[in-house]
Design a protein around this ligand. Structure first.
Ligand code: ITT
Ligand code: NA
Length: 208
């Protein structure tokens, strides 16, 4: 069994086609999101906390929108910014920029309370799929549970909102001429940050 931990139903919808239904539970547990300029430590910390809470193998999903012209902002602060400025507000800020290139990133962190075989997985820079055991992310976790990370990345452009599918920043994120909110789940999954991370995770999970 595997428990997919998120408060966001949109993430579950996207994860479903990668993970066999009989083997997955969903848990809307709001784990602590530590402050970091990197998604990896946030996800790793969350996975350890969620595993301690659930007592079962868990995967957590941490994602963010990184806008080039804003130095990567909102990045790990994407959730806070969506709740304060809002998606329209982010578009308004971005519309003033010359460089509206952006990327979505997603890090899946898996923790089952046990270790992993030390596999020297290569890290592909383009689609930084980190399939190596994550190191400790803070002092409290130094002697803590091993976590395995899988990262996915997709480039795009920030545009005026279009479409009503997806969730979050999808209406303002255009990839190959189409916003993520104009795509159905299958089409978004085929190119998205989460789809890429999920594909790597599902392959590893099935073979481990
Ligand atoms: P959990 O932490 O409970 O999983 P969350 O929605 O807070 O749910 P994140 O912290 O990972 O998840 O998300 C950061 C922000 O990025 C949040 O505002 C999301 O709506 C947004 N986001 C994440 N994935 C996205 C996607 O695929 N498309 C559009 N927006 C996304
Ligand atoms: Na969150």
């Amino acid at each position: 069994m595997l428990t997919y931990v998120t408060t966001n139903p949109g993430k579950i919808r996207e994860a479903e086609s990668y993970l066999p239904d009989e083997s997955i539970d969903r848990l809307a547990y709001d784990y602590t999101e530590i402050q970091s300029d990197d998604l990896g430590p946030i996800a790793a910390h969350g996975a350890r906390e969620a595993h301690r809470h659930a007592g079962e193998p868990v995967v957590v999903d941490d994602a963010g929108l990184f806008i080039e012209g804003l130095g990567g902002f909102p990045g790990p602060y994407s959730s806070y910014v969506e709740n304060t400025l809002g998606v329209e507000g982010v578009w308004e800020v971005a519309s003033e920029l010359e460089d509206r290139r952006a990327a979505f990133r997603c890090v899946l962190a898996y923790c089952d309370g046990e270790g992993f075989a030390a596999t020297p997985d290569p890290i592909d820079r383009e689609d930084r799929v980190v399939a190596a055991a994550a190191g400790p992310d803070d002092d409290a976790d130094r002697a803590a549970l091993p976590v395995k990370l899988f990262e996915g990345y997709v480039p795009g452009t920030i545009v005026s909102p279009r479409g009503d599918g997806g969730f979050g920043y999808d209406p303002i994120f255009e990839h190959d001429g189409t916003t993520f909110a104009e795509m159905d789940t299958e089409r978004k999954n085929a190119v998205s940050h989460r789809g890429r991370a999920l594909a790597k995770f599902a392959e590893w999970f099935a073979q481990r």
